[in-house]
Design a protein around this ligand. Structure first.
Ligand code: HEM
Length: 329
């Protein structure tokens, strides 16, 4: 196994030297890190990226880039406490199930963090957790330009085309959306993705999802232009050419289960408290995080192909991903 890992590392390092501008981020890092650029490996890359963003670092060895994780109840973004857990565990009535108001849904019903630590979306393939995680792999796979999306081994995203509709009853603010995007960036950094590529992804995500009342935009080519604002709280910056009439603002979600809501929600009676229900044991949880580097305005269209050459953290990141893949086999 060690020999196999060493050979992979050597091959990957040779490729990692520079990402050509006509190669997508997904294709480039799949080949660099997993050697062969095929649908299965692209799906593995997206699984590692999303699972790490969701639950924090779980691969060994840790390269020194700490990922607190989206399901960390003690998240910090720009000196503000963020706890996204109650949106996922059924604590808040914040999911769009097709009605006029949000409903409480437990999206951690497929084993929670444990299967994610084994590079799986869930312990089964029928849970809400399975659907959510696989949809995230597929959605981010398209955003990152995976060329094999839609081929055997990497199904195309077939979830809701409007990120506004999916998230509208969550009424997410800039800190919550910023925290989420930061976790994706930190996850990528933990696998050795170049800072310039991380910045390009973050800018693209911000441009697509961070402004309130944004006009219809295409995120997934096959789904065409849709309302994509994920940031819908009044604190979110108003989009240029805003179309608020078509995207009515909602009230903050109600508490559905006070224990699971952990002090979040419009009618919460207490302040936030910590819980580590979703975190893998042994994961280090730093008290704060920030984007690996500054991210402000962005360019259009899914993944830009900026000339990423810098290696952060290079070989160490490769060791992580190779180890994760080898252990998973
Ligand atoms: C860049 C930011 C984000 C992107 C690209 C994104 C993307 C997605 C996608 C593709 C889905 C699956 C939709 C479907 O299956 O039809 C989803 C669902 C979900 N997202 Fe996000 N999301 C983002 C930010 C957030 C944030 C900040 C939260 C905060 C709690 C969040 C919470 C959820 C939840 C709870 C679901 C399940 C909703 C449902 O199926 O009803 N997302 N997201």
């Amino acid at each position: 196994m060690l020999l196999k890992a060493t050979a992979l590392l050597a091959a990957a390092n040779a490729v990692l030297a520079q990402r050509p501008s006509n190669t997508s981020i997904c294709d480039y890092y799949t080949e660099a890190l997993l050697k062969e650029n095929n649908a299965t490996n692209q799906y593995t890359l997206l699984t590692l990226l999303v699972n790490t963003a969701v639950i924090g670092n779980y691969t060994q060895p840790n390269v020194g880039v700490s990922v607190p994780g989206i399901l960390n109840p003690d998240g910090m973004y720009n000196d503000t406490k963020v706890n996204l857990v109650p949106y996922f565990n059924g604590g808040l009535a914040s999911s769009n199930t097709g009605g006029m108001s949000g409903m409480a849904v437990n999206f951690l019903d497929g084993g929670g963090a444990a299967p994610l630590m084994k590079n799986m979306p869930a312990a089964d393939n029928t849970s809400k957790q399975y659907k959510l995680l696989t949809h995230l792999y597929e959605f981010f796979g398209s955003l990152l330009g995976c060329s094999e999306v839609g081929m055997a081994g990497f199904a195309a995203y077939a979830g809701d085309g409007s990120m506004y509709e999916v998230h509208k009853f969550m009424v997410l603010d800039p800190f919550e959306v910023g925290y989420f995007i930061t976790q994706v960036g930190l996850s990528a950094a933990s696998f050795g993705v170049a800072q310039s590529d991380i910045d390009a992804v973050a800018m693209s995500l911000e441009k697509l999802f961070d402004n309130r009342c944004a006009p219809k935009t295409t995120a997934i080519e096959a789904q065409g232009p849709q309302y994509q604002s994920i940031c819908t709280d009044e604190k979110c910056p108003l989009s240029p050419n805003s179309t608020c009439a078509a995207q009515p603002s909602m009230e903050q979600p109600l508490v559905a289960n006070a224990t699971l809501a952990m002090g979040e929600g419009r009618n919460a009676s207490s302040s936030s408290s910590s819980s580590s229900m979703s975190m893998p044991s042994g994961t280090s949880i730093p008290s704060g995080s920030s984007m690996p580097s500054g991210t402000t305005t962005g360019t259009a269209s899914p993944m830009p192909t900026s000339e990423g050459t810098q290696l952060v953290p290079g070989m160490a990141g490769l060791a992580v991903i190779v180890a994760a893949v080898l252990f998973a086999q």
